[in-house]
Design a protein around this ligand. Structure first.
Ligand SMILES: [Zn+2]
Length: 202
């Protein structure tokens, strides 16, 4: 689904990451509620979570929309265009992508795409794509034993220097430092329950 593993989607909902809204939905088996990834309601337990690619799927399985993040509300036409572009960026993040190619996919001129995209996300498609790649790299650093070079290309960076620069800009750590930190955390908190933060209606 949406090119993400369960673990990746789980990380995104724990981070309440708005970048991935509309690309999948979190459904909670115990409450029968579904949410956007960015919902700030209390986090469910991992075992109770299912992910769906579409609202229709979640609803056909008997889930109701969360009142807090309102995943069922219609998108504006521009938001829909941008969401479509984001799906395209995620599906193709491993390749070299130019703004022209992305615009052609969306059927827009590059300058118009840039403007609409920025209005909706306050980023340019280029910066957004870089963040998707950093997220991917971070996930691989934490969950695989791939080398930095392998991760660089797996995440879609065109050179290691670009990878290191972009990664540090986003995380304030080098890939090695990040890997050390996340492995350390996993180890230290293995037996704790990380999903209690926040409050809300969920
Ligand atoms: Zn919600």
């Amino acid at each position: 689904m949406s090119g993400f593993t369960f673990e990746e989607m789980w990380e995104k909902i724990m981070a309440c990451d708005r970048k991935y809204d509309g690309l999948f939905y979190t459904a909670v088996k115990t409450t029968k509620i579904y949410c956007r990834p960015s919902c700030r309601s209390r986090k469910p337990k991992k075992v109770n979570v299912e992910f769906y690619a579409t609202i229709e799927e979640a609803e056909s399985r008997g889930f109701r929309a969360c009142k807090r993040c309102q995943p069922e509300t219609e998108l504006s036409p521009n938001a829909e265009v941008v969401q479509n572009v984001i799906s395209f960026l995620i599906a193709n993040h491993k390749q070299k992508l130019s703004l022209e190619e992305v615009a052609a996919h969306a059927g827009l001129s590059p300058s118009y795409l840039d403007r609409v995209f920025k209005e909706e996300t306050s980023e340019t498609p280029r910066v957004f794509l870089e963040k998707i790649r950093v997220d991917k790299a971070a996930h691989l650093l934490e969950h695989t034993e791939f080398t930095n070079l392998e991760i660089c290309y797996e995440a879609g960076f065109q050179s290691t220097s670009h990878f290191y620069k972009a990664f540090r800009r986003a995380k304030n750590l080098s890939p090695n430092e990040f890997r050390k930190m996340t492995k350390g955390l996993q180890h230290g908190y293995e037996n704790e329950q990380p999903h209690y933060a926040g409050s809300g209606t969920g």
